[in-house]
Design a protein around this ligand. Sequence first.
Ligand SMILES: Cc1ncc(COP(=O)(O)O)c(C=O)c1O
Length: 460
Amino acid sequence: MTQLSSTSLASLDEMKCDYLRKHPASQAMYERARKTLAGGTSHNYRASVPIPLYWQGGQGARMRDVDGLEYVDYALNGASAIIGHGDPRVLEAIASYDPRLGGATNNELEVIWAERIKKLYPSADLVRFTGSGSDSTTLAFRLVRGYSGKDRILRFGRAYHGWHDHSAIGYLEGAPIPCGVPASQGDLIVTASLDGDLEAVRQRLAGGDIAGMIVEPSGAGMGMNPLSHDRLLELRALARAENVPFICDENVTGFRWSPGGIQALLNLDPDLTLLGKIATGGFPGSAVAGKAAIMDQLAHGVRSPVSHSGTYNGHPVVATAAIAMIDAISDGEPQRRAEAFATDLKSELNKLMAALSIAGFAYGPSSTYWVYLHPNEADPLAVVPGRPDYDAVSPSILSNAPLEMVEALYCGLCNNGVFNTIFNGGFTSSVHGPSELDQTVSAYAAVLRELRDRGIVATV
Ligand SMILES: Cc1ncc(COP(=O)(O)O)c(C=O)c1O
């Protein structure tokens, strides 16, 4: 990763000062929160620099912060709000929820919820609800280990599968075992490169010691490191040829790429599918859905060979939101609208970068958009402004921008009424429309000019 010079860092700090001036209420909330919440937040990635924003809530494609400022939202409640915030169908379902149903007991709503999933995901013979996306990968790893009698998981660098020990290993290719993760676990995770040699993956699978292969089918990092459909299908075929269970982590792509996720578009037929976010109606939870031969390891209660529990798995309040959300998006129309908006946005941003001669481009699959900006202080690359070119900028470079530059872009966009994920982009919904498009492109025009004029991003 390129290190920025002290002059560039000082220049970026000036941009962050403007952000501080604009958000006094968030700043006060941060000071208060830090006294009780570690880092002032409940998630490391929400602790944006110099201070995180705190929120009142959202409606449609917009969010309002505690300073009363409104933003076009591309974070969308962890990518779940594909029909926007506060959709009346979901609100009405939640309002009619009877809390006396309780949780932590079997209930009809979780059965209905699983039936909805099974209908749209024919690869799933059976469903087991879990507590979060990370929880879904934890169970998937245990299931394939139990099924195969092997210990090692094959994963791809930069793909995100949650924060637990076995997902943390290999997230950054070639990096040491992360702090707090036992070094002894390192041998259990085999990391391959998504844009590396497929023959190396084949040979590794043929080694006979891999319990399962997990793939983020959008490409690593929610599509920031693109993965072509052909390559995804080849990975699936390699796993099948070696009889290695194929785990498709559709926590982001599920219900977003299409009602049946990316697997419906490509006929992927995974052995296990992991679902969260939209699948839980934006409420906490997740699901593992898969082939009976693997899922049946959970079929005998406490006598099951694979142990699994979780007090609030399949909670009826989550099931209520999830069923309403799934019913609202099952015809595929919201996905089509969200994707059409994302296509327009990427096209307008690419025109803008071409007009500003900035060495960068907007890209990303389906209803996502990401922005690559080439740092001025990095080794030159043959980037044509506004043209995504994965030969010039290989997928593994795309999420490698200096953190301080990413943070400055994020702050600058917040100053101009656009709230992204902290990864230079985010997700679109069916209710993003022309006014959101105009506001977003104007915000980028202001911030990209500033980054260019301060000598932070390269020009061509
Ligand atoms: C593909 C993928 N898998 C798993 C997870 C982990 O989900 P959670 O944050 O709910 O633990 C995420 C989170 O963004 C994700 O994007």
